[in-house]
Design a protein around this ligand. Structure first.
Ligand code: SF4
Length: 335
């Protein structure tokens, strides 16, 4: 049984978890909204320490990260649980499952995962992904610290729903993040994720102010988060608060879980891509076959630097130092 980090004991045996913006107050035997942290006799425990639900090697492009070691693989690990409840969740079988009801766990220690990462072909490190990694915070932190000491890279793919202090403790060990910005409307967050927008914006700013590499993903859902005015506001915010070089992935939605609206029309994605490109240097379409809008272009001379066909990556016009071979401009790509 592993005691959780970031909580305080309050009156009558209750505890308050301080890991994420819910700040759940839990009586004895009660489990938090994330379904994986329980008050056990006045001690907050994590139910998922060392409990791996999924482990496999993926192309880094699948996270998606397009500006972080393109063409490399990353050992990817996930558990169960999530602190949001998105009605369109693409991984709901593990994200919305209680730890106590999941039968597919493998007991794997941080040491074993690091060993596996060190011997995996073409592998740069470990990605914490599939479900919400912040809900297995203690296992994530310990594994990331060990991986860091072995010279491996750590990548977190997350909804960004975490409090400031836990993120601060984690940041020195994480090299890259892909954070979902699901919409630029608190009403959307409230109605379709049960969360709030502002904590996610806070997380994005905290990461952007750190040394870690940041990319953002927005799943575009027709009629729910594709309003042009709202989208322009989001692009303005990213550009002014995080910087115009932060890559943005616009992903095509397909019906999933509780949402059965039809898939996003390609025209909608192209329209939003064009809007985003007016202010951001690097915008990509995901979940579609569109080589032109999956290519990384030089921000100075527009030469195609890295072309992609699904997860096949071709580094065409980028030198080993990360400079455009045509004009010598540094691309914001970590090689
Ligand atoms: S991590 Fe889980 S238990 Fe802790 S505040 Fe968030 S939802 Fe509640």
């Amino acid at each position: 049984m592993q005691e959780a980090l970031f909580y305080s004991k309050i009156t009558n045996g209750q505890v308050q978890c301080e890991l994420c913006p819910w700040n759940c107050i839990l009586s004895d035997s009660q489990t938090g909204i994330c379904k994986v942290r329980t008050n056990h006799g006045g001690v907050l425990i994590t139910n998922v320490y060392n409990k791996v639900a999924a482990l496999g090697s993926d192309p880094i492009e699948k996270k998606p990260l397009y500006h972080f070691h393109p063409g490399k693989n990353i050992l990817s690990v996930g558990e169960v649980g999530c602190n949001l409840q998105c009605s369109f969740c693409q991984n709901h079988r593990i994200s919305q499952c209680k730890a106590s009801e999941f039968s597919g766990f493998h007991n794997i220690s941080a040491e074993k995962i690091v060993k596996e990462a060190l011997k995996t072909w073409n592998n740069i490190g470990i990605a914490y992904t599939y479900n919400e990694p912040f809900t297995f915070y203690e296992f994530l932190l310990n594994t990331a610290q060990l991986a860091y000491s072995e010279g491996l890279k750590n990548v977190v793919v997350s909804n960004g729903y975490i409090n400031k202090e836990p993120l601060k403790k984690l940041l020195p060990f994480i090299d890259a993040f892909n954070i979902d910005l699901k919409a630029f409307s608190n009403n959307f967050y409230k109605k379709y994720t049960k969360g709030k927008l502002q904590p996610v914006l806070n997380t994005l700013k905290q990461i952007a102010e750190s040394q870690a590499h940041l990319e953002i993903t927005t799943l575009v859902i027709p009629g729910l988060n594709d309003d042009i005015v709202e989208f322009k506001n989001m692009i303005n915010w990213i550009s002014s608060e995080l910087g115009e070089s932060v890559p943005l992935h616009l992903s095509r939605y397909y019906p999933q879980y509780k949402l059965n609206a039809p898939a996003t029309p390609i025209e909608t994605l192209v329209e939003l891509y064009d809007v985003a490109k007016t202010q951001l240097q690097h915008v990509y379409l995901g979940n579609v076959s569109d080589q032109e809008r999956s290519t990384t272009y030089c921000k100075n001379c527009n030469a195609p630097l890295i072309s992609r066909n699904h997860y096949n990556t071709d580094i065409t016009t980028l030198d080993a130092d990360g400079k455009c071979k045509k004009c010598g401009t540094y691309a914001s790509v970590i090689i």
